[in-house]
Design a protein around this ligand. Structure first.
Ligand code: NAD
Ligand code: ZN
Length: 261
């Protein structure tokens, strides 16, 4: 993945590689942009899912993908869940996910906090992983709480039904108007308390407070922060370094610069 960089990008990549020479712990905070390099659509921006509403019903996507809608009109919520699931299933992780795994293996302590539900970090091999919005690998029955692997789902109509009790199944993702998973929050708090030597924020519009907060905290503690995103976000003016590059290109370049320094 050789690419020409301008002087500023080149210098920033070298500076980040130098920072990585003197640290042993990294937090990667990732969003849909990391999977954009795998061909998955992001949620906001051009062609973004949240910009759409259901053409038949005229309902905004935030309502369609909400906890209350799943309970009131599971067919409608599942119409979109199935699209998201199929898109993720049809692709795979990319160089950005791979570099994060390589870093996890190289450094003493590397955690990844992702908002993505596609499971690509998991598939790539990330082990210290906080999937703050859940994932689509398993489904839970809304009636009897039985859990199944999504792969074991036989071809059937939507919404999928529980083989125990015929209840409606849901994916183990966080829908709008739902709480974040408690275990994920606890792990995140624990690791943030321990602290990190450097924080990367990659491919996220950084709209949620729990995404911004670690960056602000790092800032007050003098921990270097790096944003990788072709577009500006609410934290762009807060971070120490910004690379306006695609995730896979930037992380691959940083990895090569680190290895050759
Ligand atoms: P978002 O769609 O709000 O923002 C995506 C960000 O990625 C934007 O800032 C965009 O500029 C940037 N981007 C686009 N292409 C990029 C690339 N190639 N490299 C680096 N950055 C790139 O996504 P978000 O911040 O993750 O939004 C949060 C919500 O969207 C979450 O609730 C999340 O669960 C959900 N979501 C998940 C997936 C997924 O699992 N793959 C996909 C879309 C949205
Ligand atoms: Zn059931």
């Amino acid at each position: 993945m050789e690419q020409e960089f301008n002087t500023q990008q080149h210098d920033t990549i070298q500076a980040i590689a130098r920072i990585l020479k003197s640290t042993n712990s990294i937090l990667f905070i990732t969003g849909a942009g990391v999977s954009a390099d795998s061909g998955l659509p992001t949620y906001r921006g051009i062609g973004g899912l949240y910009d759409a509403s259901d053409p038949e019903e005229g309902i905004p996507i935030e309502q369609i993908l909400s906890g209350p809608m799943l309970r009131g009109n599971p067919e409608l919520t599942w119409k979109y869940l199935a699209q998201i699931g199929q898109a993720a299933h049809g692709g795979t992780f990319n160089r950005a996910h791979e570099v994060i795994v390589e870093m996890e293996r190289h450094f003493e302590r590397v955690w990844t906090l992702t908002q993505n539900i596609d499971g690509y970090h998991h598939a790539a091999g990330s082990e210290k992983l906080i999937e703050i919005h859940g994932h689509m690998r398993t489904l839970t029955c809304l009636s009897c709480t039985a859990k199944i692997d999504v792969d074991s789902l036989s071809e059937q109509s939507l919404p999928p039904k529980c083989s125990n009790c015929d209840g409606i199944m849901r994916p183990d993702v966080v829908l709008f108007e739902e709480m974040l998973p408690e275990a994920a929050i606890m792990t995140l708090q624990r690791e943030l308390t321990t602290g990190f030597g450097v924080i990367f924020v990659v491919g996220t519009s950084a709209g949620f407070p729990y995404i911004q907060q670690p960056v602000y905290q790092a800032r007050t503690m003098g921990v270097p922060t790096i944003e990788i995103n072709p577009a500006e976000t609410p934290i762009s003016h807060v971070v120490d370094y910004r690379l306006d590059l695609r995730a896979a290109v930037a992380l691959d370049a940083i990895q090569r610069a680190r290895q050759s320094q």
